[in-house]
Design a protein around this ligand. Structure first.
Ligand code: DAH
Length: 345
């Protein structure tokens, strides 16, 4: 019996020696797993001996168990130490590889900005709110009555054909200007009236300076004792706020069916300083809006007394103002929504 134990001890010594030799070859956690399964796994000498312990005589079984377990414990302890070492080494390596470089520049978020047309509308609204005006609105799908008739364009008036109107039916159309808001507002309000009305308008037109949809701002001041001097001061104030105090402003006689007298308003060209260049077509002036004293005939449509009230009106194209203010030479840029263009403003 002693012989059996001694021979088992010898075998276990050999196993342990072999383990120590193999252990020195281990270079990674993966190698360590292989080592563990070779010496402690199901097919290992140790596991097999314990499994077949019944092959030993009854009396020495406890001793066999104790002997085998001593070696097993030594192997387990060694493997545990080694595993801790390798885990730490691999963790450190990972940390080194994945470390943050705090000197790298951050990733910036791209952000949008307000469309330039909205910016110009807001700027002009602010100026007029400062002068005591209110903001008004009207529908983009209009009737012939508000777009033309009540604005002094009777059915066969030649000025109608200047508008290149999109008709929806005989009497329904896409408004060609924001002027119908004048009529709609006066119909519903008593004096005094001080409004500006921004909005989209539509005309059958498409080239570098015309698009089928564009934006206008309408202005209307109706009260008692309003004269052309008030109109002139108001529009000069507008032009100087938008384009700068150094710009000259001039009124040129013009014709609009709903104002009398009527004028077109120009600012001096900032490219050539008034000498004449390509941008101002050699005139030294840039047209910015149309205006005039409200034709008393309009008051009949809204039940105001033409004998006692008077007022002025004006209308401007927002894209045109933006083009002149920012030096943009193609109207279509406003509608393409190219982020590189929009970002500049
Ligand atoms: N409605 C005109 C247009 O679209 C612009 C305009 C001119 C409006 C004179 C006015 C005005 O209120 O008085 O061309």
């Amino acid at each position: 019996m002693e012989e059996k134990i001694n021979s088992l001890k010898n075998e276990l010594d050999e196993v342990f020696l072999s383990f120590i030799k193999d252990k020195n070859e281990v270079k990674s956690l993966f190698d360590l797993d292989l080592l563990e399964s070779k010496y402690l796994g199901k097919k290992s000498f140790i596991a097999q001996t314990l499994k077949n312990i019944n092959d030993f005589p009854q009396q020495i079984k406890p001793l066999v168990g104790k002997t085998v377990n001593e070696t097993r414990k030594k192997i387990e302890d060694d493997i545990k130490l080694l595993r801790d070492d390798f885990t730490k080494v691999e963790y450190d390596k990972k940390l080194r590889e994945e470390k943050f470089d705090l000197t790298l520049p951050g990733r910036t978020l791209t952000y949008g900005s307000k469309n330039i047309i909205s910016q110009v509308i807001e700027e002009i609204q602010e100026i007029f709110i400062g002068l005591g005006y209110e903001i008004a609105e009207g529908p983009e799908v209009e009737t012939d009555y508000y777009n033309f008739e009540a604005l002094n364009h009777p059915p066969d008036h030649p000025a109608r054909s200047l508008h290149d109107t999109f008709f929806i039916s005989e009497n329904i159309l896409l408004r060609t200007h924001t002027s119908p808001v004048q009529i709609r507002y006066m119909e519903k309000h008593k004096l005094p009236v001080y409004i500006i009305a921004p909005g989209k308008v539509y005309r059958k037109d498409y080239d570098v300076t015309h698009t089928p949809m564009f934006t206008q701002i309408e202005g209307l001041a109706v009260d008692k004792n309003i004269n052309f001097g008030n109109l002139k001061w108001t529009l000069e104030t507008l032009a100087h706020s938008v384009f700068g105090k150094d710009r000259k402003v001039r009124f040129r006689p013009h014709y609009f069916p709903f104002t009398e007298p009527s004028a077109e308003v120009d600012v001096s060209c900032n490219i050539c300083g008034g000498d004449g260049c390509r941008v101002c077509s050699g005139t030294g002036w840039l047209e910015i809006l149309g205006a005039g004293m409200v034709d008393p005939n309009l008051y009949k449509f809204v039940n105001y007394d033409p004998e006692t009230v008077n007022g002025f009106a004006f209308g401007m194209g927002v894209e045109r103002i933006a083009m002149l203010k920012y030096g943009i030479d193609d109207l279509r840029l406003f509608f393409e929504n190219d982020i590189r263009f929009l970002k500049q403003f």
